[in-house]
Write a protein that binds this ligand. Sequence first.
Ligand SMILES: [Ca+2]
Ligand SMILES: [Ca+2]
Ligand SMILES: [Ca+2]
Length: 144
Amino acid sequence: MKSTKLVPILAITSIAMLSTTVVTAQPPHKSQRMINHLDKDGDDLVSIEEFEVPSRGREHNRLVTADRDGDGNVSRSEMQDQIDERSEQAIERFELADLNDDDFLTEEEIKMAAFSNIDRNDDGYIDADELSAVRRSAKLRRPS
Ligand SMILES: [Ca+2]
Ligand SMILES: [Ca+2]
Ligand SMILES: [Ca+2]
């Protein structure tokens, strides 16, 4: 029967595929994909012109991180804590981002702030390492 022969071949291929994923799956993998997505001119770096402020899933994250005891529900006091904490951080971030101190954040100022946050070495470009560093620290900050 053909089908009995197929099984071991499939097993071997999937093992082979698994091992290649293990070898190639280095930490900047996901970041590299984001870089590729944002990088328009193909130099593997994201310039301020190419950069877009990530917005997807932000609303969802806010609710998830508010749930401190992880019971799947966000209680009123948890939400209040979260809001207090967020507003302090938001004001701090606002002041940092408001480059000309006019108490208004333009889209450009928001973009600059987000960009310089990621561009650790201030060379005006975001590379895969800088992006994965941000992703790591975002994970660390998230309460478990
Ligand atoms: Ca580029
Ligand atoms: Ca401003
Ligand atoms: Ca950089």
